[in-house]
Design a protein around this ligand. Sequence first.
Ligand SMILES: Cc1cc2nc3c(=O)[nH]c(=O)nc-3n(C[C@H](O)[C@H](O)[C@H](O)COP(=O)(O)OP(=O)(O)OC[C@H]3O[C@@H](n4cnc5c(N)ncnc54)[C@H](O)[C@@H]3O)c2cc1C
Length: 284
Amino acid sequence: MVAEGVEFRVNHVVGPAPLGAGNAAAQTVDPSRLLEDFDAVVLAGGAEQPRDLPVPGRELDGVHLAMDFLPLQNRRVAGDGGVPELWAKDKRVVVIGGGDTGSDCVGTSNRHGARSVTQLELLPMPPDPERNPAWPYWPTRLRTSSSHEEGCERDWSIATKAFVGGKEDRVTAVKVVRLEWKSGKPAEVPGSEFTLPADLVLLAMGFVSPWASVLESFGVERDARGNAKAATDGAGSYATSVPKVFAAGDMRRGQSLVVWAIREGRQCARAVDEFLTGTSDLPR
Ligand SMILES: Cc1cc2nc3c(=O)[nH]c(=O)nc-3n(C[C@H](O)[C@H](O)[C@H](O)COP(=O)(O)OP(=O)(O)OC[C@H]3O[C@@H](n4cnc5c(N)ncnc54)[C@H](O)[C@@H]3O)c2cc1C
């Protein structure tokens, strides 16, 4: 890509965005400069705004968002210097959130040498893979990753009530309660509260949307879920409400999968090519 003439500027954050997972940028770029200097702009900044858990004790030391923890390991493996010292070694780790990001937290904590790893999920335990709901229902199934197989206690239908602090405002435990789900709605089971000891809590409850500030700084219209609003088909595909500004990947569709990001990136490239030259030979 460099040989083709692409100029990469790393460590630059566009707009007033809070710094995201992979972006430890020191330098900022004013969106209006991009609009002045370039004929097309593609917003492909991902959907990095995490779902938080604003319960008492959230501010305690040792309670971290998953993406404050996971990328550090990628940076260590890549040989980066100056990586913050946040480790699970010898700690009782509680991972809140039963999805893929939670599974990554389980695996990384085990590889760090955690003393124990417990993963909690708000929703009920999904059905056994052998007893999948029939089409057209979404195949919600219990998934056990290699991370779980390396060691993890898992519990479902659990709501977190509070984080308990000890000396120097460090987390020492998580207060939780069991839930009963009826007609898709949760109710706390009276008397079911219990406390789990914890030295490190990782919040992995999914991602809400892209950082709103990036889209706002371009004046781009957002859809009901807060993503950049742009269609994928027809005339003006991948174009946002702002002339010459396009959006693709998680920033357009919300937190998703790499395969979708690749597909959207390719289709968006074709849409931009058509916009700039009136035609395109690129695949769709
Ligand atoms: C923990 C975790 C595990 C995952 N595991 C899988 C998996 O196993 N398989 C799978 O298919 N998908 C997985 N996903 C989802 C997958 O990573 C995303 O769907 C995919 O990376 C989206 O690609 P993207 O290019 O749209 O955005 P991203 O890959 O999120 O890239 C966005 C980039 O933009 C940068 N950026 C954001 N804002 C700005 C700004 N204002 N200025 C400059 N730069 C900015 C970010 O730093 C980032 O580098 C996982 C996601 C997470 C969080």
